[in-house]
Design a protein around this ligand. Structure first.
Ligand SMILES: [Zn+2]
Ligand SMILES: [Zn+2]
Length: 176
């Protein structure tokens, strides 16, 4: 199965989708920029490090959009209030219960997605074992990104020196 990647374009920040990571030598964006796929990031369909920024610190999480989940709850609450006015308390609690149940169901059936701690690129259908989200790593990466934003090297991020003539290994444009 093809690994699907979605990530923020290093040039314009727009969200870009690459449907088949293994087949893509570059990760092109409609803005014209094409980030090269990080050398050595893939081994067959196994993801060894982030294909965009090369950071090996990846974690897995439920492939569930928190925005969709919250949107559903807010919409459910609005419907509940309306039904509460028309039908009374049973309508209110009924609608609320349905929206919470739907939300839970969506969460339960959601698959898993692999996320890069550094650039937050998402990878679906990537083989390999990845740890769960780790707040300590997350905080460390955030600190290292600040260091990198000042133009200093972060060896833990790169693993090795930047290839000569290659792109900068510290994307710093993901914050905006
Ligand atoms: Zn772009
Ligand atoms: Zn990354």
């Amino acid at each position: 199965m093809a690994i699907e990647a979605d990530f923020a374009c290093p040039a314009c920040g727009r969200e870009v989708l690459a449907a088949d990571l293994a087949a893509a030598a570059t990760l092109p964006c409609p803005c014209g920029a094409a980030a090269p796929r990080f050398p050595g990031s893939l081994e067959g369909d196994r993801l060894l490090r982030c294909a965009l920024c090369g950071d090996p610190r990846l974690y897995r999480q439920k492939d569930f959009s928190r925005r969709v989940g919250i949107g559903l709850l807010v919409a459910g609450f609005a419907v509940a209030v309306a039904l509460g006015v028309w039908i009374g308390p049973s309508g209110f609690f009924g609608a609320l219960l349905v929206s919470v149940a739907l939300d839970t169901l969506l969460w339960l059936i959601a698959g898993e997605v692999v996320v890069c701690h550094w650039c937050e690129a998402h990878f679906r259908e990537a083989a390999g074992t990845f740890p769960e989200f780790d707040l300590e790593v997350h905080d460390l990466v955030r600190y290292q990104r600040e260091v990198a934003a000042k133009g200093q090297r972060v060896p833990e991020h790169e693993g090795e020196a930047a290839p000569a003539g290659g792109p900068a290994l510290h994307p710093t444009r993901y914050d905006g």
